[in-house]
Each structure stands twice: as C-alpha cells, then as structure tokens.
Design a protein around this ligand. Structure first.
Ligand code: SAM
Length: 227
C-alpha cells in the first residue's frame, strides 16, 4: 500500500501525465500513478544501485515496463533533452538536496510545467528556489504520518516574476492561510527547537550574531502565527 504522503502527492499530477520521479527508490509512486491513469508514462530516476534495482523489480512485478522506464543517474540527468516530461516529482529528501537537483538540472526544465516537491526538512529553501525560477506555488499540504510531519509543495511555471514574503517562504503561503492542526504541531516543535538553538548560540564564545538575529526574527513570526 502506498503511503498517505505519496498518495497525496500523486493527486497533484495533471493529465496528460508524462512525469519523472527523481529519487524513486522502489518506484512505488510511478507504479501507483501509471496503474491508475492508463495513458500516463513515467521515468523513475535513481542514483544508487540498490534502489535502482528495487525500482526495476517493482516495475517488472507490476507489468508496467511499457510505460515506466527506470533509469540510473544523478538528479535530472536521467531526463533526456528531447523527451516530453511535463511534470517532476521529488519526494523524501532534504530541501537542500532538492534545491541542488533542480539547480543542477535547470536545463531539463524547459517543458516542465509542474514541480511537485516533498522536502523532509528545509521547505523554505525549496520555496526560495521556486520563486527565483518563476515557479509559482499553487498548492501545499502538511501531513502527519508515522510520527513525522511532511510538507508537499506544488508549483507551476509562470513566465513572470513571483514574490513571496519572508513569512510565506518560512511557513508556506497556503499552509499559513489554512493553519491546520498539523501546522500548529509542526511550528510548536520548531519554536522549541529555535529556543534551544538560540540558548546554545548565546553561550558560544564567538557569538554567531547574524544566525541568532535570523532565528530571533523567525521566533517572532512563529509567535505571531501560532500564538
Ligand atoms: N521518493 C521516495 C519516497 O518519497 O518515498 C524515496 C525517498 S528515499 C528516502 C530518497 C531516494 O533518493 C533514495 O532512494 C536515494 O537513493 C535517492 N537519491 C538521493 N539523491 C539522489 C539524486 N541526486 N538523484 C537521484 N536519486 C537520488
């Protein structure tokens, strides 16, 4: 059975679906999507041999080899220029790694209208990259599963400048509007983390003043938002 996290992510793919799932591991997501959409095609990209083999095995077992190609490679290099990939999913990694994959693979994004991203941490880094590259956030989710909280960020390419305030980058524009229970849970924990960090930093002999300032501003925003 697919995780709630990946099911929710799959719901954001728009027909016609020609997508690349980067860091696909077992290729569960491409298999789930292609089993439900008879015209969908996918590339399952994996950089590591173990997950690459696992992905090939799942695709074989599910008899989806005619519509899912499993390719080994780093990030977006598995997408060949001439191919029609209209959407990309990247899930289950840190925001910094997602940013690196997007940045290094920028040349492969020309036909990609939608990016569906699920950073495990560092969502603001992903949002910043998106707005700097004219991808507008069009939906977000925050879910709790197996003791972890996950954010899903859906963005569409717009040929126009996009702006997000500092608060929107930190909390996520849609998550901030909705303020679900899971959102409160996340930001309560984040507030505690920041309080501890500020205390630790204040005890350092060489005070990291800029870092402390940034954390203090974020603390103010968190207090305003969750009370
Ligand atoms: N996407 C699946 C999910 O959300 O359940 C699997 C997530 S798993 C934690 C992360 C996967 O990304 C691993 O299988 C890892 O090998 C792969 N990965 C890490 N860096 C990668 C990169 N630069 N390019 C492609 N795959 C990568």
């Amino acid at each position: 059975m697919l995780s709630k996290r990946l099911e929710q992510l799959a719901d954001y793919l728009q027909e016609p679906i020609y997508f690349a799932d980067i860091g696909s591991d077992h290729a569960y997501l491409p298999c789930y999507v292609c089993a439900r959409h008879e015209n969908a095609t996918a590339i399952a990209g994996e950089v590591n041999q173990g997950p690459f083999e696992r992905a090939k095995q799942t695709v074989r077992e599910q008899g989806l080899g005619d519509r899912i190609e499993v390719r080994k490679g780093n990030g977006l290099e598995v997408i060949r220029e001439e191919e029609e990939v209209n959407q990309i999913t990247i899930a289950g990694m840190g925001g910094k790694l997602i940013r690196t994959i997007l940045e290094e693979g920028k040349s492969k994004l020309s036909g990609v209208s939608r990016l569906i991203l699920q950073p495990n941490i560092d969502g603001p880094i992903v949002r910043k990259w998106l707005i700097e590259h004219q991808y507008q956030i069009v939906a977000e989710d925050i879910i709790s599963e197996d003791g972890y909280i996950y954010e899903i960020i859906v963005s569409d390419y717009r040929n126009a400048p996009i702006e997000l305030s500092g608060r929107e980058q930190l909390f996520g524009p849609y998550l901030l509007k909705k303020k679900s229970n899971v959102f409160y849970e996340k930001w309560f924990n984040e507030k505690e983390k920041r309080m501890k960090l500020i205390n630790q930093m204040n005890q350092a002999t060489d005070l990291p003043i800029e870092k402390i300032k940034k954390l203090e501003i974020e603390m103010e925003w968190i207090e305003e938002v969750i009370g």
